[in-house]
Structure formats: structure tokens, C-alpha cells
Design a binder for this molecule. Structure first.
Ligand code: PGA
Length: 220
């Protein structure tokens, strides 16, 4: 089996100073024997360049992800961050998070465009859905199963149910499935033990470097 993939999604949190403090905290608490998971960090766009430089200087095996990407190509679209702008900076991109769908009214049509642009730019896609009935565009290699009731609520899905849904997603799409929704250091292992769950997508608990590391340690 391949290593579990642990993804930290900071959402709209942290100034540059706070991001730098988190990074220092991570280095100071990094396990001496190394880590047994793949790690992906999705900070705000504005922190990607800092982290790219920091991670290579410290030689830490962490990949970066953007939290979103524009559906537009490069061009006169003030304020947008396009897929070609991310290439070389970020390996992954999160697309279709329920917060993007709900608060920013991103439709399936918009999400499909985001996927296409990202694939053209060579980004790997973590595509979020809240259930197995939702469509996953072609080219997606990681699906994040995040039930709406579990996001930020402190009430995670039942691990067996999450496993069942991850299995349904896998029967429809050739992708790995990560579970997200109120994952904490004390429940990470319950999810990672499930046969259809290949990793975890972590919001709130990724904001403290020590909690994030605790999840990483518990997820092997
Ligand atoms: P949470 O968020 O861990 O804070 O529940 C997960 C997510 O929305 O990716």
C-alpha cells in the first residue's frame, strides 16, 4: 500500500508572520525518525512562495497545494490566480471545496473548467465532493470526501460510513480518496485504518503545527 496522504487546508487563515511562526514550530517539532506519510500543505496563495523557499531550505518532504485556481486562462482578469501562474510553485490544487461551491457559487461547469486548466498546467487535483453521487471530472487523481455536516463542526463522519462512501467513489472513478471533516489527532487513525481511505484532508487541526504533526504521526 502506498503511504497515506495527509493534506492540511488552512482556508482563509494566517498572516505572513503567523505562517512563518507555524513553519518554525513545524521544524522544531519534526520527528527525528522522519515521517511515514506524504504531506501536502494548502496555505493561502500569498504564502506559497514563502513555503516553497522555506521547505527547500529546510529540506522538508512536504508538497504544496493551492486552495483554488481560476477558471480563466492567463490574461486580463484582475485579481485571478491562474493555473499557469501556479505551475512551478504548487504541485497540487484543491478544486470544488464545499465552501467554494456554497459561498462563491461555483457550479459544476466552472469546476470542470478549473480542472481542465489545472491539468493543462500539470497540477495534480484534489477534487472535493460531499457524497458519492457527485460528479468527478476526468483527470482527477485524488477525491476528497467531505460530508457537509462534518466540516468544521467537531462531528466527523463515522469511519465505517466514510469507508463505504470512499469505496463507492472508487468504484466509479479511478482515484484515491481522502476523508475530510473534523479530523483531529485523536480520530485520525480511525479513518486511516479503513481500507478505502487513502489519506486525510484537515482544516482546523492543520492550523497548529503540533496538532498537524500529531495527526501525521498517528496516520501510519
Ligand atoms: P475541518 O475542515 O477539518 O476544519 O473540519 C476540513 C475541510 O473543510 O477541508
Amino acid at each position: 500500500m502506498r503511504k497515506p496522504i495527509i493534506i492540511g487546508n488552512w482556508k482563509a487563515h494566517k498572516s505572513l508572520v503567523q505562517a512563518q511562526a507555524w513553519a518554525q514550530d513545524l521544524v522544531q517539532n519534526w520527528p527525528q525518525k522522519g515521517v511515514g506519510t506524504e504531506i501536502v500543505l494548502a496555505p493561502s496563495f500569498i504564502h506559497l512562495a514563502f513555503f516553497k523557499d522555506f521547505l527547500s531550505k529546510k529540506n522538508l518532504p512536504i508538497k504544496l497545494s493551492a486552495q483554488d485556481v481560476s477558471a480563466s486562462p492567463e490574461g486580463a482578469y484582475t485579481g485571478e490566480v491562474t493555473a499557469p501562474m501556479l505551475s512551478g510553485l504548487s504541485d497540487y490544487v484543491l478544486i470544488g471545496h464545499s465552501e467554494r461551491r456554497n459561498y462563491f457559487k461555483e457550479t459544476e461547469e466552472i469546476l470542470k473548467k478549473k480542472v481542465e486548466r489545472s491539468l493543462e498546467a500539470g497540477l495534480k487535483i484534489i477534487y472535493c465532493v460531499s457524497g458519492a453521487q457527485m460528479a468527478v471530472p476526468e483527470g482527477v487523481t485524488i477525491v476528497g470526501y467531505e460530508p457537509l455536516f462534518a466540516i468544521g463542526s467537531g462531528k466527523p463522519d463515522n469511519p465505517e460510513n466514510a469507508n463505504r462512501i470512499a469505496g463507492e467513489i472508487k468504484s466509479k472513478y479511478p482515484a484515491e480518496v481522502v476523508y475530510g471533516g473534523s479530523v483531529k489527532p485523536d480520530n485520525a487513525q480511525d479513518f486511516i485504518r479503513q481500507s478505502n481511505i487513502d489519506g486525510l484532508l484537515i482544516g482546523g487541526a492543520s492550523l497548529k503545527a503540533q496538532d498537524f504533526l500529531e495527526i501525521i504521526k498517528n496516520a501510519v
